[in-house]
Design a protein around this ligand. Structure first.
Ligand code: ACO
Length: 323
């Protein structure tokens, strides 16, 4: 037996307001045809009044706790991955903690943009196996709509808002066939800051700033880096790509998903795709897609699942687990 972090529940939350490509085409010079053809995105959800990163995160966390059959008081670690916190400080994880009525636990945010959930899962996994905590909520939540330049058609059509969460618990697991996270790998390369960033911040302009991206360059790096890091977790876990039941990728662009799966020889029907409905929700996209595939019955206990993401920094990472 070995100590592993096992997913006990998943949950997600979307804002009330749905925005179609047709609606976007009334705001900037674009079309449904261009957006679907280049990205696979058909619609996204946009946070409205009273909806914030922390409120969406709290809703997703409650659903994950419900599925796990746990009370909030059993959580001793909250890691919230976000690039769009409610406030510069304190961490939005502490806002979620208070909303869930948890008086004392470890709670902090991680900032790795679209890879944030993978960073959060890896940190939580290490803390759980190291004994710092027993039961964790790992959440990815974003309101990217609030940092988009709604006059820049090259970025504003790509993103949406939402949140996803998992409950992870340290449990003794059979070495060969037991559930839990089997291997994770993370990377960052800060030389590429200028290809994808926000042009503001508390310590520079004193403003929040807007998303800026050189899309084609990001695309090229994404396919190479994601295929490489998925190869790393396959090798570290000793699992063959043929034995992978599901890949739950960061939902940036349908063409990145296809190209990455092709590079690894993974059948496209094994890739969970939600980018058509949610667009790119940054740190929320992997847990949102995971929750979708768990709740619709595709991901079953015992299945081998790879989670992967790449984002601003660049940062990128992957985890492989037996669900
Ligand atoms: N509607 C219509 N036309 C557009 C739009 C739009 N929304 N946006 C750009 N165009 C135009 C451009 O102006 C350009 O016109 P031109 O040829 O007259 O100059 C033309 O379309 C082609 O533009 P490209 O940028 O070359 O288009 P490309 O095929 O590269 O697609 C895209 C752009 C979709 C952004 C693509 O590069 C991409 O997906 N990149 C990856 C970006 C990404 O996924 N980022 C997030 C990953 S990391 C993270 O999640 C934070």
């Amino acid at each position: 037996m070995t100590l592993r972090s096992v997913i006990l529940g998943t949950g997600s939350a979307l804002p009330r307001r749905r925005m179609t490509n047709a609606e976007l085409a009334t705001m900037v010079d674009t079309s449904d045809e261009w957006i679907v053809g280049r990205t696979g995105i058909r619609e996204r959800y946009i946070a409205g009044e009273g909806e914030t990163t922390a409120t969406l995160a709290t809703d997703a966390a409650r659903r994950a706790l419900d599925m796990a059959g746990l009370a909030a008081s059993e959580i001793d670690l909250i890691i919230l991955a976000t690039a769009t916190p409610d406030q510069t400080f304190p961490a939005s994880a502490t806002i979620v903690q208070a909303a869930l009525g948890i008086d004392d636990c470890i709670a902090f945010d991680v900032a790795a943009v679209c890879s944030g959930f993978l960073y959060g899962v890896t940190v939580a996994d290490n803390m759980l196996r190291g004994g710092a905590a027993k039961t964790a909520l790992v959440i990815g939540a974003e309101t990217f709509s609030r940092i988009l330049d709604w006059e820049d058609r090259t970025t504003c059509v790509l993103f949406g808002d939402g949140a996803g969460a998992i409950v992870l618990r340290a449990e003794e697991s059979d070495q060969a066939s037991g559930r839990g996270i089997l291997a994770s790998r993370l990377h960052a390369d800060g030389r590429y800051n200028n290809l994808l960033n926000v042009d503001g911040g508390p310590s520079t302009t004193g403003t929040v700033g807007k998303v800026r991206m050189k899309g084609q360059d990001v695309f090229r790096h994404a396919v190479v880096n994601l295929a490489a890091v998925m190869g790393e977790v396959l090798e570290a876990s000793g699992i063959a790509s043929d034995d992978v039941d599901w890949v739950v990728p960061h939902q940036a662009n349908a063409r990145i998903l296809d190209a990455t799966a092709r590079k690894l020889g993974l059948a496209p029907e094994r890739v969970v795709v939600t980018v058509d409905r949610h667009a790119n929700t940054s740190a929320a996209s992997v847990p949102l897609a995971l929750d979708t595939a768990v709740r619709d019955g595709r991901i079953q206990p015992g299945h081998i699942v790879i989670l992967e993401a790449m984002g601003g920094g660049f940062t990128w990472g992957a985890s492989i687990l037996r669900y």
